[in-house]
Design a protein around this ligand. Structure first.
Ligand code: CO8
Length: 349
């Protein structure tokens, strides 16, 4: 909860200030967090380590090379649930895209490990990192592969262990992220055995370079001539600038995509938007619709989950699609670092 997180941060900041009064670290507050972001709580892969003021990061057990990786383990749980909903099993999968904000290791690809973990012996897999837009980018790759006949049962998995690359000692953003994993199955409509089918009417992606969300961790760190500070290897952002620049970019992308598909915004029953900030989501939906969105039109899951990076829009879809009837149209969108943004327009079959 916000209270637990704030208590931990404030205890740490108080101790730092006592040992170095010049530090003047400001205190965090539960009220600010909810007012500025709409977040009330988040899930965390290891709450104990994250709330330990001597550590303030999760404890992830170092696994042997023979054990499933953590990303594969949590991605596998989401994948199995998605496959069950689609009436499929792991062995049916012939394309795995593992798309997330940070990948646990360089190689072998996590997607290839996941493919084996699920019992698939056919096809191929690869990893992809497009930050918070990773789900939308992964879905486009899956849709294209299925459309071209390169895959018959594609799986897009987003294991987002954001707690491992987050700076829990930065008061301005320590509350933003949560951990989660999501998965989506993409197949040709004719052969799909899913109970609830959604036809993909179109996908559209956009990127535009910005340094306002950045993480400098990478394979060249060890070779760099000037070692980087520990917090330079974690998530960092200019939150205000992100807010101001990403809202118009995403609203324009989504409006343009709908127009090119011959759809009016009012024909869209639901916008499953990336869950980063409540007012950001409301503003994007308002720009597209030309009025305030209702809670049903742009559902929010961020209060419980916080920003789970690419998983957020898929969680919103997962929790808010059961009331769709045949012909109802929805739009899923992820956006974030890069900048990057994606739009996936679907119709319930
Ligand atoms: N408690 C109390 N006060 C605070 C706190 C706090 N915790 N934090 C800041 N304040 C204070 C500030 O000091 C400031 O005080 P003053 O006015 O006196 O200077 C005041 O509150 C306002 O601060 P801000 O201007 O920073 O506050 P905002 O209203 O802008 O809200 C947000 C901050 C919530 C961060 C907001 O700007 C926001 O949500 N922006 C959009 C961010 C966003 O969408 N980022 C996307 C990143 S995610 C992504 O792309 C994927 C990356 C990979 C994910 C993996 C992560 C580990």
């Amino acid at each position: 909860s916000n209270d637990e997180l704030v208590a931990c941060y404030n205890a740490w900041a108080t101790r730092e200030n006592a040992s170095n009064p010049a530090a003047e670290l400001p205190m965090s507050s539960t009220e600010f967090i909810f007012k500025a972001s709409g977040i009330k709580s988040r899930y965390n892969i290891d709450k104990v380590g994250t709330l330990d003021i001597d550590r303030m990061r999760p404890r992830v057990r170092t696994r042997s090379d023979d054990e499933p990786s953590l990303m594969v383990e949590i991605g596998g749980i989401a994948a199995r649930e998605a496959l069950a909903n689609a009436g499929r099993e792991g062995r049916d999968v012939d394309f795995v895209v593992l798309a997330a904000s940070n990948i646990q290791r360089a190689y072998p690809a996590m997607a290839v490990e996941l493919q084996a973990h699920l019992g698939s012996t056919q096809g191929f897999g690869y990893d992809m990192n497009v930050a918070c837009a990773s789900a939308a980018f992964g879905i486009q790759a899956a849709v294209d592969a299925v459309r071209l006949g390169n895959a018959r049962c594609a799986l897009v998995v987003n294991p987002e262990i954001t707690s491992g690359h987050h700076n829990w000692r930065n008061r301005d953003c320590h509350f933003i992220f949560g951990d989660a994993a999501t998965a989506v199955v993409v197949e040709p409509l004719e052969t799909s055995t899913a109970k609830a089918k959604f036809e993909v009417l179109g996908t559209r992606l956009k990127t535009q370079f910005s340094n306002n969300i950045r993480n400098n961790a990478g394979f060249l760190n060890i070779a760099e001539t000037t070692p980087r500070a520990w917090d330079d290897l974690l998530f960092q952002q200019e939150g205000r600038k992100v807010f101001k620049e990403v809202v118009p970019m995403v609203a324009e992308l989504l409006s343009g995509h709908l127009a090119d598909l011959g759809l009016k915004p009012e024909q869209v029953k639901r916008f499953w938007l990336h869950q980063a900030n409540l007012s950001m989501n409301q503003l994007i939906a308002k720009r597209i619709l030309g009025r305030e969105p209702s809670e049903l039109e742009a559902p929010v899951i961020l209060d419980e989950y916080a920003n789970t990076s690419s998983a957020g829009c898929v969680i919103a879809f997962h929790k808010h699609h059961a009331d769709f009837g045949a012909g109802d149209i929805g739009l899923l969108s992820g956006f974030g670092a890069g900048y990057s943004a994606g739009s996936v327009v679907v119709r319930r079959v």
